[in-house]
Design a protein around this ligand. Structure first.
Ligand code: NAP
Length: 285
């Protein structure tokens, strides 16, 4: 039986085994999916083991998405552009690093009914998720992507990186994370995407929203990449204000859909993966 897995640290909270072990049998793949806790000095060994016949493919999570870039044989263009790998594919003995977070975000956004072409976007945060989201928006034809971040310097770096990596020219900018500045920036935006951990269950800020009511209005799209709880404080406020909301679990599910497509060439049933993820997170208990 082939083995697949995810490396990261910490990893015990990962719901990836639940998602992949639910979907593999439905596409006739006889394989198991495991969570592997890796210390920094073990990461290269895990990637090397992937060359053996028993392992089929690997997901990579925090804090190793950048580190594995130097350990694979080749990089997909998207992974190279955003500087992070979350999925390793083995084909004819060659290990290629992909980034499926971008697909996870853009596909879930399209499924929700948002057309990114020509939009003005505000991204909250400047870390790994913000880079993937901003690149995805740019690739889908956004007219402008602005970053608001607690540390303004990192927002400036994210904007500069986006200008360099985007395939088409677009307007970029930075905004202070102060409430007044955010209210003005939101008024000019069609969509706001939270890429900070604010509102995350067990994250120490579960009751906090990165935006207040003044930022929210009917017709605005609000996407929260935080996927637990199912309705974060931001999404609750946004829904109450009449905004369109998209929860982060959809990004998580579609990045896993893309991984299965890359590993097997098959189209997995999304509903099976969503059900398994919701069950593992205790949403339907
Ligand atoms: P990261 O690289 O560590 O970046 C975190 C960002 O959040 C930074 O910009 C940081 O600001 C900001 N931040 C952290 N704590 C904050 C606070 N208390 N107040 C205001 N800003 C704060 O993390 P990441 O990998 O981008 O992940 C960010 C979040 O995205 C995660 O919590 C996760 O929920 C979500 N995510 C979801 C998916 C999905 O599939 N749904 C995938 C990836 C990530 P500074 O620069 O000032 O430190």
């Amino acid at each position: 039986m082939k083995r697949y897995g995810i490396i990261g640290n910490p990893i015990s909270h990962s719901i990836s085994p639940a998602i992949y072990n639910a979907v593999f049998p439905t596409i006739g793949l006889v394989a198991t999916f495991e969570a592997w806790k890796a210390e920094p000095e073990e990461v290269a060994g895990f990637v090397e083991r992937l060359r053996g016949p028993d392992l089929g493919g690997m997901m990579v999570t925090v804090p190793y998405k950048e580190r594995v870039m130097t350990l694979v044989d080749a990089l997909d263009a998207t992974a190279k552009a955003i500087g992070a790998v979350n999925c390793i594919v083995k084909r004819d003995g060659v290990l290629t690093g992909y980034n499926t977070d971008v697909y996870g975000f853009t596909r879930s956004l399209a499924e929700a009914g948002f057309a990114a072409r020509g939009c003005r976007a505000l991204v909250l945060g400047a870390g790994g998720a913000a880079h993937a989201v901003a690149y995805g928006l740019a690739r889908e034809g956004a007219m402008a992507v602005h970053f608001a971040n607690r540390t303004l310097r990192r927002a400036e770096e994210a904007a500069a990186h986006l200008r360099e990596s985007a395939e088409m020219p677009l307007e970029t900018g930075v905004v202070s994370a102060e409430p007044d500045a955010l209210a003005i920036a939101c008024a000019a935006a069609d969509i706001v995407v939270n890429c900070t951990p604010l509102g995350m269950r067990h994250g120490g800020s579960e009751d906090r929203s990165p935006l207040d009511e003044r930022c929210l209005r009917p017709g605005l799209w609000v996407y929260d990449t935080v996927y637990t709880p199912p309705e974060t404080p931001l999404l609750r406020l946004a829904r109450a204000a009449g905004a369109n909301t998209v929860p982060g679990l959809e990004m998580l599910i579609y990045q896993a859909v893309a991984a299965v497509q890359l590993w097997t060439g098959m189209e997995p049933p999304v509903d099976v993966m969503r059900r398994a993820a919701r069950k593992a997170l205790g949403f339907d208990a």
